[in-house]
Design a protein around this ligand. Structure first.
Ligand code: PLP
Length: 497
């Protein structure tokens, strides 16, 4: 009751404020300057309905509709979708062609089970995906979630090993400072201590190697003079574990959620491919964030001319219009399974969903028609360059990215790269301030050592213009500046300047 009352009061205040704000030009930094109507402080407010929200202590505004790079809530406030949700939205919101594809497919058939039928949409989408994937990858297995897709790839690798007659190979090596999903199997393979900690007793222990993290090199090297020690770490782990026991290496081409767009040095993935080949180990690349154009190529591994054995992709495949992911694999894996057991001992009810396949096809059409992968490359360069301006802040340690996939790392001390105390939640403070100002970004933590380390991940839709990219940078600039001031975050030798 009390909560409902608070909500009504807030709404009245918000409308009153809106009518006042509309009559004058708002200054830079004003919550409503970028967003039109309706912004109210979300402090001390929570949702009082029956939804079990991700964070029950946080207030979630009601999203009403979306168009292009914008989402509008039911107060009429406009948000720039600067991270495409969680690196999902690639072509923008509210595209009529996608609505059309969805309703056409629904007019034919909305559901068939993968154990009983195939569909035109599934066949055509697979053909399309194989056409854009690195050559040699020519079979597509559909899923509905990223964690599910990662675990599918891992199980596919294992069954391949058994069915081709090497049953000793079962281990999957992955990396620290990585994220592959929240289901127990995918979480075990992820290297994010903060997300694993609660569930540690429930997850299997699997081998992890050091990340390719040039800003915080785990081997104390410099990118221009190192010998790719981080890639060689894979060989060490394989030898320690025993090559006969290792089935696959699982890796994000650019780390996303855990550390904010860690781009590896040129040569890293080529070396990784060589090591996998040397020890007869499958290379599984997790392109859940980077796939389907996000980094300026359809698949991120294309930047290094590396052909993995499997690609797990991608949040952007249907641009958020429906849930669909897939594993694109070499046919040798399907053949081994076909000639071994005969069937892949796996499956999910909503895999190969015709609606999702039709939507993904329409999204790929839209991307191709509007040349959006090239646009992601061109706009990405502009965007990452503009973001470099944030380095003027005493708490911005690094800005990095490739295509429209960018990260801003926040540090307590630039010189020492000391991270903030995670209790301060600096990433969340900045993310919330930006949200109040009408910018959605994706704050994360744990990059420095699994728990400490703050960053902001940015991944706007590929249709973004230079002016809109500038707006994102401006709001982030203001948000970082304000939080630095309000929380007295400048290093002591810079205070008072
Ligand atoms: C690289 C990577 N893999 C897997 C996942 C898990 O995807 P989902 O949240 O759909 O389970 C994510 C999610 O952010 C991801 O970034």
């Amino acid at each position: 009751m009390r909560q409902g009352h608070c909500d009504r009061v807030s709404l009245i205040c918000s409308r009153l404020y809106t009518s006042i704000a509309q009559k004058k030009v708002l200054p830079m930094g004003h919550p409503r300057r970028y967003g039109g109507k309706g912004s109210i402080s979300m402090k001390n407010k929570v949702n009082s309905d029956h939804v079990f929200y991700r964070n029950p202590t946080k207030y979630y505004p009601t999203a009403q509709w979306g168009k292009g790079i914008y989402i509008y809530d039911n107060d009429g406030k406009r948000y720039i979708d600067g991270s495409g949700g969680a690196v999902v939205v690639s072509i923008g919101h509210g595209v009529p062609e996608i609505q059309q594809a969805l309703s056409s497919q629904a007019g034919l058939i909305s559901f068939t089970h993968g154990s009983q039928f195939t569909t035109e949409a599934a066949i055509r989408l697979a053909e399309r995906l194989v056409g854009i994937a690195p050559s040699g990858l020519d079979r597509v297995y559909y899923l509905s979630g990223g964690s599910e897709a990662v675990e599918t790839a891992v199980k596919m690798a294992r069954q391949y090993q058994v069915d081709r007659g090497v049953p000793s190979k079962f281990k999957v090596i992955s990396r620290w400072t990585s994220y592959h999903g929240n289901t127990l199997g995918a979480l075990a393979l992820s290297g994010h201590t903060g997300r694993r900690r609660y569930y540690q007793p429930l997850i299997q222990h699997t081998p992890h190697i050091a990340p390719a993290y040039c800003y915080r090199c785990p081997f104390n090297q410099q990118p221009d003079s190192c010998n790719l020690e981080c890639a060689d770490d894979l060989e060490k782990a394989i030898l320690y574990e025993g090559p006969d026991s290792v089935s696959a290496f699982l890796v994000e081409p650019i780390v996303g959620a855990t550390a904010g767009a860690l781009v590896p040095k040129e040569g890293y993935f080529q070396r990784i491919r060589e090591i996998c080949d040397k020890y007869d180990i499958l290379l599984i690349v997790d392109e859940v964030m980077t796939g389907i154009g996000r980094t300026g190529k359809y698949f991120c591994v294309e930047h290094w001319d590396v052909v993995p054995d499997m690609i797990v992709c991608a949040k952007g495949l249907a641009s958020g219009y429906t849930p669909i992911y897939c594993v694109i694999t070499k046919d040798k894996i399907r053949k081994a399974i076909m000639n071994g057991n005969g069937a892949f001992v796996h499956g999910h009810t909503y895999s190969q969903n015709p609606l999702s396949c039709a939507v993904a096809l329409a999204v790929l059409d839209y991307i191709e028609k509007h040349d959006l992968v090239r646009r992601s490359a061109v706009m990405g360069e502009y965007f990452v360059n503009k973001l470099q301006g944030l380095l003027k802040h005493s708490i911005v340690g690094d800005v990095r990215g490739l295509g429209l996939f960018a990260g801003v790392e926040l540090v307590k001390q630039k010189k020492t790269k000391e991270p903030f105390d995670p209790k301060q939640k600096i990433n969340v403070l900045i993310g919330n301030r930006a949200f109040e100002k009408g910018l959605i970004c994706y704050p994360g933590n744990g990059g420095a050592d699994g728990v400490r380390g703050d960053h902001i991940l940015l991944a706007p839709p590929f249709i973004i213009t230079e002016e809109q990219a500038d707006m994102i940078v401006t709001i982030l600039d203001e948000s970082i500046g304000e939080i630095t001031q309000e929380h007295n975050l400048q290093p002591s030798d810079q205070r008072g300047h």
